[in-house]
Design a protein around this ligand. Structure first.
Ligand code: GLP
Length: 243
């Protein structure tokens, strides 16, 4: 879906998310919503919050699972992804923090925390819809270029580029950005029933073109989306300008 503005993208992503989640809730049983952090989904989250406040959108009964988390930030650190998603979305949506899950980046044994998160996700049932952003280098979650297309949740080292990109959340201090993360693998992400990728801005144009029209390759983790039967890619004109 190619739309004029980021705001249009936010509305269409909110439609896709609410549609998939409400359909899953109507079928009964546990419903898992896959959430992403980063700036790309923020307008969609704002739109979901508006619908919650003004139109009675009710996501009670949903379990939310994050894609990834920094390793080494103390629990409750304002930039830990679990805190970010609570602040940006789930608290105001009325979801209990107990149903908002993320990898435990503060665990003493992160390798084990990664395995446990994968197991927790599998036990929760299939992800009805997974929201995704994409890094300028094509990363999904924190699966940097070179990640196996079949990878599962695991400990990863961030590239220097990603640490620099994310320094803005740490007072522009690259040294404060954690070096390691726990991320769902590309294989884990592909297990979701519906993937919704949102990208806006010129700086995402190359990554979007490579992911959507390039070869399926670990050099561009986003290209793994081509292997999934139900993907919605939502871009504004700038991010879609090289398609
Ligand atoms: C971050 C996150 C990703 C996100 C990406 C793009 O590092 N781990 O999940 O999609 O980078 O971020 P943004 O949406 O802010 O451009």
């Amino acid at each position: 879906v190619l739309l004029p503005t980021p705001e249009d993208c936010g509305r269409v992503v909110a439609d896709a998310v609410a549609g998939s989640v409400l359909a899953a809730l109507a079928r009964g049983g546990p419903v898992v919503l896959g959430l992403a952090t980063g700036s790309s989904p923020l307008l969609a989250y704002r739109e979901l919050l508006r619908r919650h406040a003004e139109e009675g959108l009710d996501l009670t009964g949903v379990q939310a699972f994050l894609l990834d988390e920094y390793v080494g930030l103390p629990a409750g650190h304002p930039e830990s992804y679990r805190e970010v998603i609570r602040r940006e979305l789930t608290d105001a949506l009325g979801l209990d923090p107990a149903v908002v899950h993320g990898p435990d980046g503060a665990a003493p044994d992160p390798l084990r925390a990664a395995r446990e998160y994968e197991a927790q996700l599998r036990a929760a049932g299939s992800v009805a819809v997974q929201v995704l952003g994409i890094g300028a280098n094509g990363h999904l979650g924190f699966n940097e270029p070179g990640s196996s297309l079949a990878s599962r949740t695991r400990l990863k080292t961030l590239t220097e580029q990603t640490r620099q990109d994310n320094a803005r959340f740490f007072g522009d201090d690259v040294a404060a950005v954690p070096r390691h993360v726990i991320t769902q693998g590309l294989g884990t992400i592909l297990d979701a029933d519906h993937l919704v990728l949102v990208a806006t801005g010129e700086h995402k144009a190359d990554a979007v073109a490579a992911a959507v029209e390039g070869p399926v390759t670990a050099s561009c983790p986003g290209s793994v989306l081509q292997l999934h039967p139900h993907v919605t890619v939502v871009v504004d004109e700038a991010a879609g300008s090289r398609l």
